[in-house]
Design a protein around this ligand. Structure first.
Ligand SMILES: [Zn+2]
Length: 308
């Protein structure tokens, strides 16, 4: 039923993470090189992983290529892994991914009203349960911090702990993405002040108990990779990530899955830019893609080490 018989439902990995006080890295991919890098890093560090694809990544690769690549990844992977849909925007895409053999999906209706979010999420859960597929949903708003807006605890952008409990009970989801101060992208706040509100996480945990929480937008935005990008022609400004300490503390407070996308993109880009700049007559794509794959592997290993 799943893309590969070695895939496991996301919830299995997350309960393993919760009971071991670690987080599972959920790595976005849109090409073969990145999948190879992720699996290779996971095999070195002997840890389970989640491979995840956004709707635009699925469109970019094509479903059949994606399934074939993930099936090979599952065979190559020494530990268990899940295939997850990241930010599914409606029932249709979630259903399609479940039908195609994903072992986990996210329905993101967080921009809608609470009641609408409950209704849309519950519909996906009802369908997914028939196939043993796990469901992640989101409550709260991450994007408010992206513009450098200062969002204080108690503000409505953060996930409300009472609503979180009600949402989990009414929808039957397996994991919940929370808004606790992180944001998507490479610029998480001016002057390096991007912070996770551990206090808010604790409040949520007090309400929902031992339930797997998910952290989006927690890229580290490693300065060494940013520097290489900029040295070789990029113009990445106002870059700012989340500190390893914040991520570790979040994991101690119920975060069982951490999404990673931006960090892989920056590492990949840094290698492509460097190799192409230093080898202006290079035309063999393997020249820069193998360097990019190595950089992606290095960054995935760094992230996994933070999660264990
Ligand atoms: Zn996200």
């Amino acid at each position: 039923m799943f893309v590969d018989k070695k895939l496991v439902p996301g919830s299995e990995l997350l309960s393993y993470a919760l009971s071991n006080k670690i987080a599972i890295g959920a790595f976005n991919f849109a090409n073969t090189e990145v999948v190879q890098a992720i699996v290779s890093a996971a095999n070195v560090l002997k840890t389970p992983i989640i491979l995840q694809a956004s709707p635009s990544a699925i469109a970019y690769l094509g479903t059949q290529y994606l399934k074939a690549i993930v099936s090979v990844a599952a065979e190559e992977s020494e530990g268990p892994l899940a295939l997850h849909l990241d930010h599914g925007q409606d029932f249709e895409i979630c259903k399609r991914c479940i039908d195609e053999g994903f072992s986990s999906v996210m329905i993101d209706s967080s921009s809608l009203s609470f009641e609408e979010n409950v209704r849309k999420t519950k519909a996906v859960v009802d369908y997914a349960k028939k196939f043993g597929v796990s469901v992640e949903a989101e409550l709260g708003t991450l994007s408010g911090v992206e513009d450098g807006t200062s969002v204080l605890p108690g503000c409505s952008f953060y996930t409300n702990p009472d609503e979180a409990l009600e949402f989990i009970e009414r929808t039957g989801i397996d994991s919940l993405a929370v808004a606790v101060g992180t944001s998507h992208g490479s610029s998480k706040g001016k002057n390096g002040n991007a912070k996770i509100s551990i206090e808010r996480l604790r409040e949520i945990r007090k309400k929902v108990g031992n339930f797997p929480l998910v952290l989006h937008g927690a890229s580290s935005v490693y300065q060494d990779f940013v520097d290489v990008c900029n040295k070789y022609g990029a113009n990445l400004k106002d870059t700012c990530g989340i500190s390893d300490n914040d991520i570790r503390e979040a994991i101690q407070n119920g975060v069982a899955k951490v999404n990673v996308d931006t960090d892989i993109r920056i590492a990949f880009l840094s290698a492509v830019r460097k190799v192409l700049s230093e080898n202006t007559s290079l035309i063999d794509m393997r020249g820069y893609l193998s360097a990019a794959k190595d950089a992606a592997k290095e960054v995935v290993m760094r992230k996994i080490k933070t999660f264990l």
